[in-house]
Design a binder for this molecule. Structure first.
Ligand SMILES: C[S@@+](CC[C@H](N)C(=O)[O-])C[C@H]1O[C@@H](n2cnc3c(N)ncnc32)[C@H](O)[C@@H]1O
Length: 252
């Protein structure tokens, strides 16, 4: 597979008909997907070669190696979910601007980095564009309506309110899940539960996963009835992802 000659790093490049975009996009034609089932189509390809295919999905997950964020192309998908850390957040914002919202993934089993730094126990997930309802959190066991008392908006007092719980609680902006250190990708694979929360909130029926890794998003998508089109550049990683998907299928 030949490496792309030019990156699609900005919307200007991406929309120029004869510009760099045309130089890197070869599309999916010619080679079959590496893995395919009812909900997932996984390509063992550089996502930049599959730009058109992935760009057609209403939402995209971008979880590249964090130090490679400056090589990530610009994507036009309406909703973008960008995984990053404090060192590389500026590169994400340089590409897509200030996010609409941020989720912090908190893991207690943090990473030690130095004697002069706190243990790292979180990563950031920046959300761009529309999502669905945020009431995709924990199931509400107690559905009893509750009196909320008188709140105020600015200086205006509001009447007494009754809060009627919904079936699911709203998602919190800090989500705590242990790191997924057992997979073939070591600590870089995201927990399936984290991906499930995010995909349920995003609410798109089709999601592109440009840097699929161990395909945690695809596993989450299966339980939600969402379709995933995914790219993973590394063949061995594709192989272990396909094994993981097949094993869990058998277990179900
Ligand atoms: C942080 S991991 C993704 C983890 C994934 N979200 C999961 O939960 O398993 C990043 C992955 O991006 C892949 N990758 C790096 N550059 C790529 C590219 N240009 N196109 C597709 N995949 C790429 C790497 O091989 C690696 O598996």
């Amino acid at each position: 597979m030949s490496a792309p000659t030019t990156d699609i790093l900005s919307p200007d490049n991406a929309t120029t008909a004869d510009g760099p975009l045309m130089a890197v996009v070869s599309g999916s034609s010619g080679s079959p997907p590496f893995f395919q089932d009812e909900s997932l189509t996984l390509w063992n390809r550089d996502c930049r070669e599959m730009w058109h295919e992935l760009a057609g999905a209403p939402a995209i997950l971008l979880d590249p190696p964090f130090d490679k964020w400056d090589c990530v192309p610009w994507w036009p998908n309406a909703t973008k979910v960008c995984f990053t850390n404090w060192q590389n957040r500026a590169a994400v914002e340089a590409k897509f601007g200030v996010p609409r919202c941020e989720i912090i993934w908190h893991f207690r089993d943090g990473r030690w980095v130095s004697h002069e730094m706190p243990r790292i126990t979180h990563e950031a997930i920046l959300i761009y564009g529309p999502t669905g309802s945020a009431y995709v959190g924990e199931v509400n066991e107690d559905m009893t309506p509750k009196k909320k008392g008188r709140g105020c908006v600015g200086r205006d007092k509001m009447p007494e309110r009754i809060y009627v719980p919904r079936e699911r609680k709203a998602l919190n902006s800090v989500l705590e899940y242990p790191r997924n250190v057992s997979g073939a990708l070591g600590c870089w694979g995201k927990p399936v539960k984290l991906m499930t929360d995010i995909l349920a909130w995003v609410g798109a029926p089709l999601v592109a996963d440009a840097y699929a890794g161990s395909c945690s998003a695809a596993l989450a998508a299966r339980t939600l009835g969402i379709k995933i089109i995914a790219c993973e550049i590394d063949k061995q990683t594709c192989e272990s992802a396909a094994r993981r998907l097949a094993q869990i299928e058998i277990a179900i």
